[in-house]
Design a protein around this ligand. Structure first.
Ligand SMILES: NC(=O)c1ccc[n+]([C@@H]2O[C@H](COP(=O)([O-])OP(=O)(O)OC[C@H]3O[C@@H](n4cnc5c(N)ncnc54)[C@H](OP(=O)(O)O)[C@@H]3O)[C@@H](O)[C@H]2O)c1
Length: 294
């Protein structure tokens, strides 16, 4: 566990704020204080890299202690240590394969044992995207995508949700995609698996609303992360993609931070079962956009 020295302006929380105090405080909070995550704790799957890592960072910056999950312990540890050192929060690197029910159970247990409670889950892990025709996809490609992107998010939500239900407060954020809504060629496994996440989100939101557990989905468009490097290198593919994005560019990874903080905090107390597109207008446009400077 990465624990670092505390900066003078932010005392380290040694004993976590009790649940009763947190919910009392949040009722009285207005404005910016509703984004404060001091005393909260989180698990971020896929948290070692990319958008998941940005999510873990913003939670820590807002005051939460964060467990970083990867199948590779060294990767989780490197990110956890970096976040602990940067934001002076407690962090916990965890090795888990989210397609394995027993490992997911242990992942949640370890976070609760270490932090004393669990308030926030970000389901950020995703299987590698296969780009190929339907005929070139194998059944195993489809199974891997569904097992990771959909069933993995379900397993993690179910395990984390038990703890959140008990304490009557929780936030679950599923990281879907614009491909949760759009049919696109040559990505059938990804499209099918991400297409299930809105319904996972709505089903859990409806079932857990009584317990103060809000479940929402963020649908990122194309972000400037390593997975999009091949598109950036291919002039034609890049032009075709950007023609569909009114803001005419990739999202910068840090542009996912605000939406995550909103949905992880008390600021989203009246938002559940929602899909928040963070896509530069891609899903709004529905037609190629004529960028005005062209
Ligand atoms: N980047 C984009 O433009 C974009 C656009 C739309 C949606 N998204 C979504 O945003 C999320 C993050 O995407 P990203 O591109 O930043 O990162 P990414 O490269 O897709 O990384 C996701 C991480 O998930 C982990 N993972 C995969 N299978 C796992 C398993 N069975 N158990 C545990 N962890 C597993 C992998 O980490 P380990 O190998 O370390 O386990 C992987 O590094 C994904 O859900 C993605 O679908 C991204």
């Amino acid at each position: 566990m990465g624990i670092t020295s505390t900066p003078l302006d932010r005392p380290m929380v040694d004993t976590l704020t009790p649940v009763s105090t947190l919910s009392r405080q949040s009722r009285h909070h207005r404005g910016l204080a509703r984004f404060d995550l001091a005393g909260r704790t989180a698990i971020v799957t896929g948290g070692a890299v990319g958008l998941g890592r940005i999510g873990a960072q913003v939670l820590a910056e807002a005051g939460a202690d964060v467990a970083i999950v990867s199948r590779n312990f060294a990767k989780a540890e490197a990110t956890a240590d970096h976040i602990a050192a940067t934001y002076a929060r407690r962090t916990l690197p965890l090795q888990a394969d989210i397609t394995d029910e027993a490992q997911v159970g242990r992942m949640v247990e370890q976070a609760v044992d270490t932090f004393g409670r669990l308030d926030i889950l970000i389901n950020g892990a995703a299987a590698p995207r296969k780009i190929a025709s339907v005929q070139e996809h194998t059944l195993d490609d489809l199974r891997q995508a569904i097992e990771t992107n959909l069933i993995g998010a379900y397993l993690a939500s179910r395990a984390a949700g038990a703890s959140m239900i008990e304490q009557r407060w929780g936030r679950i954020i599923n990281i879907g995609s614009v491909f949760s809504f759009l049919g696109v060629p040559d990505r059938i496994a990804y499209v099918i698996s991400k297409g299930g996440l809105p319904q996972l989100t709505r089903g859990l939101a409806a079932e857990w609303a009584d317990y103060g557990v809000n479940v929402n989905m963020i649908a990122p468009g194309a972000f400037d992360t390593p997975v999009n490097e091949p598109i950036k290198q291919n002039e034609r593919a890049l032009a075709r993609l950007l023609a569909r994005v009114p803001l005419n560019r990739f999202g910068r990874p840090e542009e996912i931070a605000g939406p995550i903080l909103l949905l992880a905090s008390e600021a989203s107390s009246f938002i559940t079962g929602a899909m928040l597109t963070v896509d530069g207008g891609w899903t709004a446009a529905g037609w190629e956009t004529s960028h005005h400077d062209e």
